[in-house]
Design a protein around this ligand. Structure first.
Ligand SMILES: [Zn+2]
Length: 321
């Protein structure tokens, strides 16, 4: 019997798990081999030591302390000692272990398997693709926005998942800066967040009303266009009202703004928005298309106050003319 085999069998023997047919040859080897005999004595000493330290229901802190002390003890052992070999051979004879429940239980109970011993083994021997190891190209915090691709590894548990993360950022700057305005225009489209939409619309409307650059961009993506979209489509009355007020300076000069106001006057479900539209149309109420809408509203609007206001606006225009 070789020393390596003998020392594995010594462990089994100490815990009474060595099959009978191996006992004889181990005994003969130990009679001849001084080193293996020493290993046997060391193993028995360890067994006695462990027996003096009951492992029934240890507290978590005791277990943690035990693991640390075991780890320290392992570090103190010379490189060629018994435990070093035990450590390197440990998983080599897990097969034997499965037929040795008493030893297995003891080692698990003393933190042998679950403690640093196992950890060190895994670090040293883990294949690069050990399951449970997560590697990230970017560890930035933030919720996951979407998964864009899944690449399985053939014949393996390993899978590569590509995804995008929403990274929270903050920008601070002047309302006149292009970057802030772009963000506010994005804010105007946040379906799920009425506060953000209302604040964005209100701020950009104020910018337009105080005469800061609110020019129409040629690509139709300027602030004025964004306010037109909010007036037409936002589901919140207050947001549409703010958009309406932001457009006021352009009623006289921008036909699209005037048409949007007429549309609001005819169809907006909020009586406040329809009422505000009547007053904002005052500068252009002599315009024929405006007069036509006022006439329709003055007879057909559900709200008597709005019917009266429209009628009044028509009378005022007639008086001027
Ligand atoms: Zn030997």
């Amino acid at each position: 019997m070789k020393c390596e085999i003998a020392q594995q069998n010594v462990v089994m023997a100490v815990y009474g798990e060595l099959p009978d047919e191996l006992g004889g040859s181990l005994e003969r080897h130990l009679e001849e081999c001084e080193e293996c005999s020493r290993e046997l004595n060391a193993m028995r000493a360890l067994d006695e030591y462990l027996a003096l330290n009951p492992v029934v229901e240890p507290s978590p802190s005791l277990l943690a302390q035990s693991r640390m002390r075991l780890d320290d003890a392992l570090d103190l052992i010379p490189p060629h000692g018994f435990l070093t070999r035990l450590r390197s051979n440990f998983y080599g004879w897990v097969g034997h272990m499965q037929s040795a429940p008493a030893l297995m239980t003891l080692l698990v109970g003393t933190g042998f398997l679950a403690g640093n011993f196992t950890y060190r083994y895994q670090v040293a021997h883990a294949p690069a693709e050990a399951p449970g190891v997560v590697t990230m190209s970017n560890s930035t915090q933030g919720s996951i926005a979407n998964v864009t691709g899944i690449v399985p590894t053939p014949n393996s548990e390993i899978v590569q998942v590509k995804y995008n993360r929403i990274v929270p950022e903050t920008m601070e700057g002047s309302l006149d800066s292009k970057e802030i305005r772009q963000l506010l225009m994005v804010g105007m489209t946040q379906e799920a967040n009425t506060d953000v939409r209302a604040t964005s619309v209100k701020m950009l409307s104020n910018e337009c009303r105080v005469g800061h650059a609110c020019v129409e961009e040629t690509d139709g993506k300027g602030v004025r266009n964004a306010l037109l979209v909010s007036l037409r489509y936002d589901k919140d009355d207050a947001v549409r009202m703010n958009a309406l007020h932001g457009l006021e300076p352009y009623v006289g000069q921008d036909r699209r703004v005037r048409d949007a106001l007429l549309e609001a006057l005819l169809h907006d479900k909020s009586a406040s928005v329809r009422t505000a539209a009547i007053s904002l149309l005052t500068p252009v109420q002599s315009d024929s298309s405006v007069r036509q809408v006022l006439r329709t509203v003055s007879t057909q609007d559900d709200n008597p106050y709005i019917r009266t206001a429209s009628f009044q606006a028509l009378q005022d225009t007639a008086g001027i003319q």
